[in-house]
Design a binder for this molecule. Structure first.
Ligand code: ZN
Length: 107
């Protein structure tokens, strides 16, 4: 079973209250999906332009990256508001719990 997964999520524009339904990657295994490396290394995973007002809507969910490299086999990208957290935020739980069994890891 694949580690990488994405689902349709609603992003809310704080500028005009528009709800944006967008395919949102929650976990990316770069061996399974090397085509998504450029997506992860760009800023496109952190924000989306609101189709109504063009405001840059920031992502509220973390993104789990596995097999990024030998020195960083697992990485968690988090929105700026969570960057200073000492513990993985509660919002990260589903992102961590989904791929763990596929990777043979107990949570
Ligand atoms: Zn908007």
């Amino acid at each position: 079973m694949a580690i990488s997964f994405a689902e349709e999520r609603q992003w809310y524009c704080p500028n005009c209250d528009n709800a944006i339904v967008r395919l949102t990657w929650l976990a990316i295994d770069l061996v399974e999906r090397p085509d998504l490396r450029a997506f992860f290394t760009s800023e496109s995973w952190t924000q989306a332009a609101c189709p109504r007002c063009a405001f840059a809507v920031s992502r509220g969910l973390p993104l789990l990256i596995t097999r990024l490299s030998k020195v960083a086999p697992v990485a968690m990208g988090v929105p700026d508001v969570l960057a200073d957290a000492k513990e993985p935020p509660e919002i990260s739980k589903p992102v961590i719990e989904w791929p763990a069994p596929q990777a043979g890891v107990d949570t």
